[in-house]
Design a protein around this ligand. Structure first.
Ligand code: B1M
Length: 215
């Protein structure tokens, strides 16, 4: 029924046009369209497309970042209407995300957070240079399903192991899964430290997170 509008929504995400995303989201509200329908039949189609293009090397980081930002604006514009109507977007799970202590690289971590939010996870992004204790504390507070730890330096990557061990020591695993990532992280490293999942990029992180929560 609103095919053209939904197509425009997908397209504005593909174009990374946050302004258009906000405008179209408001238009959907004015037309009385269910916000969830607008997200799933419009905006999500666009972000999935960009993700697929990125995975096969046809799109690059700036496109991914811009699509993620536009998606965030669309969702946040529609959220109050969802709350008003009492419709709840499916939430796959809660993720506590951080760049580990000693490391201030945040571009990749933030991108992972944006993509996880866009895909339907509730993300608590603690920022950069976050001590292990603070990550665990937050995970307990919000009853996280996943703790996601980014590290870009070989010297800080070792602290991902501390997160796994701390959760083990506190008996919080296997309920809370640990996902790690960052340029120096490899699947061998993941096995060595006993983490539950790893991804090379933000799109992969969404797939891994979904697997970890059984979605
Ligand atoms: Co730094 N730095 N840096 N740096 N920096 C690297 C990482 C480095 C590889 C550069 C190099 O030497 N070639 C090198 C690390 C060497 C090593 O340890 N092996 C390095 C170094 C040495 C340093 C300093 C020590 C330099 C110095 O001061 N002497 C210093 C450390 C500061 C600190 O953290 N304590 C430092 C500082 C900085 C800046 C502040 C200048 C800046 C960061 C700005 C910021 O983040 N706000 C910076 C940058 C920009 C880089 C490079 C050039 C780019 C990183 C980036 O943003 N990439 C980087 C070289 C490189 O990686 N090519 C480098 C883009 C981003 C989208 O990718 O972060 O890899 P990435 O994230 C990807 C994936 O890794 C994955 O998905 C993301 C999206 O696809 N991913 C996850 C990331 N986290 C994930 C989590 C997941 C799953 C997937 O689940 C939890």
């Amino acid at each position: 029924m609103h095919t053209e509008l939904f197509q425009a929504m997908a397209q504005c995400i593909i174009d990374g046009d946050a302004e258009a995303a906000e405008k179209l989201a408001n238009q959907a509200i004015e037309l009385g369209i269910d916000p969830l329908e607008a997200i799933n039949q419009g905006f999500v189609i666009g972000v999935n497309h960009v993700g697929d293009e990125f995975s096969c090397g046809n799109a690059f980081l700036p496109e991914l970042v811009m699509a993620g930002e536009a998606m965030k604006i669309a969702v946040s514009t529609l959220e109050p209407e969802m709350a008003r109507r009492g419709t709840q977007r499916q939430v796959f799970g809660k993720v506590v995300l951080a760049t580990i202590h000693g490391d201030i690289h945040d571009i990749g971590k933030t991108l992972v957070g944006t993509m996880l939010s866009a895909a339907g996870f509730k993300v608590y992004d603690l920022g950069v240079d976050v001590p292990v204790t603070k990550i665990i504390e937050k995970a307990r507070e919000v009853e996280a399903d996943i703790v996601a730890v980014s590290a870009l330096l070989t010297t800080t990557m070792v602290r991902q192991r501390d997160v796994v061990e701390a959760l083990d020591d506190m008996g919080l695993r296997p309920r809370i899964k640990v996902m790690v990532g960052g340029a120096p992280v490899t699947s061998e490293w993941v096995k060595e430290i006993g983490a539950d999942g790893y991804s090379e990029d933000a799109i992969g992180a969404v797939q891994v997170a979904k697997q970890l929560v059984g979605a």
